[in-house]
Design a protein around this ligand. Structure first.
Ligand SMILES: [Zn+2]
Length: 163
């Protein structure tokens, strides 16, 4: 068992480039190895954070988030599955990891920030739904409550480009 073996509540949420169901993991940012690098958050992130925090009515600590990004010109790959991701949040170190193409995408950044604010890797918050008013990149796979509805939205080119 690796030394960073986490407590049960330590979840990692990922936003797949091809939208998929919620995913949780006990994997921390160290599992990405040299594929990611620390990121000094641009000033815009604090603005997006404040917008989101007010929209969903939550408290948090922006300065407590550790930011990472995939190296320029590379994909952010799930270290467990190899899937291409748009972003991650993990409770482990309260870290957000962004794909290179997501670094300037407020919808993806807000998606990961919402995981941070809710301290949860699931997508139960209504602001994760398509058409949310908070500018959060949605999870387009219907949650269980809507499982009976026809799936009208097939995975598009990527959640990071979703409206
Ligand atoms: Zn997510």
């Amino acid at each position: 068992m690796p030394p960073w073996s986490p407590a049960p509540r330590r979840l990692l949420a990922c936003l797949l480039a091809a939208p998929a169901a919620a995913c949780a993991s006990r994997v921390g940012p160290e599992s990405f190895g040299p594929a990611i690098a620390p990121l000094t958050p641009p000033a815009a992130y604090a603005v997006w954070y404040e917008e989101l925090r007010r929209c969903v009515g939550a408290r948090g600590s922006f300065s407590g988030i550790r930011w990472y990004r995939a190296l320029p010109g590379t994909e952010l790959l799930d270290p467990r599955t190899g899937e291409v991701l748009a972003g991650f949040w993990t409770e482990r170190h309260d870290a957000i990891i962004l794909a290179a193409r997501s670094v300037n995408d407020p919808a993806v950044v807000k998606h990961e920030l919402l995981h941070h604010l809710r301290r949860a890797g699931n997508h139960r918050d209504p602001a994760f739904r398509p058409g949310n008013r908070c500018g959060v990149a949605p999870v387009r796979v219907p949650p269980p409550a809507f499982a009976g509805r026809p799936k009208r939205e097939e995975p598009g080119p990527g959640a990071s480009t979703a409206p």
